[in-house]
Design a protein around this ligand. Sequence first.
Ligand code: HPA
Length: 235
Amino acid sequence: MPTPHNNAKKGDIAKTVLMPGDPLRAKFIAENYLEDAVCYNEVRGMLGFTGKYKGVTVSVQGSGMGVPSMGIYSWELFNEYDVENIIRIGTAGAIADNVQLRDIVIAMSTSTNSAYASQYRLPGTYAPTASWKLLSNAADAAKAKGSTFHVGNILTSDTFYDDADSLAEWRKMGVLAIEMETAALYMNAARAAKNALCILTVSDCPLKGESTSAEERQTSFREMMEIALETAVRL
Ligand code: HPA
C-alpha cells in the first residue's frame, strides 16, 4: 500500500535499504552500483530504487534532512514495507580531536538533543544503539577496504546552525561526530524490532573551521557507499 510519502507497493522494496540524506545520492548509487535498478518512488522528489549488488537485492532511498524526515521515511520502510535492515550513509562534522576530514565514522550509538524518544514515555533516558550484526559487518568491510574508520558514539542534533555552540561540551564526553538523523533511525528500528546502522564520512570539522571540497566529498562518499553495500552483501 502506498503511503502519503512513498508510492511503492509492498514487495517493491528490498529487505535491506541504504539511506543517504540526499535523494540524488540514492540516484547516484542506483546508477553506479546497482544492476537492473528500478525507481519505486518520486513523491516529494524522495527518490527510491531497487536493484542488485553482487547478486543481492538492495534498495536505496533518500531520507531527507533531520530527525522528523528520517523518522517518517524509516518508520514507513520498517512498518509498511517489511524492511528488515536500514543503513544510513551520510556526512558528519568531526567533534573528537582524532577524527579527521574524510575519515569514516560508524555509529555504535548516538546521543541526541532531539525529543524523538519522548513518544515512548520511558521512565528514563533511552540510548539509541546500532544493530550488532550490521555494525560488525560494516567494521569488517571497512577493514577489508583499508579505510580509516572510528566506531563509537555520535551526536544527532536538531540544529545545524546552533546558537548554544555546544560541540566542545560533547567532545568532553568522547562523542566522535555530529549529524542530524541517526537517533530517529535507531529508535524506529528498536521499536519495530528491526536492524539499523549509520555510516558517516567526515565532510567538515566545525571546531577547526575545515571542510572538504566537492570532489573530496564525492570520493569519500564512494568509499562509504561501498562499505555499506558490502555490509548488505555480508548479511
Ligand atoms: N552539523 C550537523 N550536521 C552535519 C554537520 C554539522 O556540522 N556536518 C555534516 N552534517
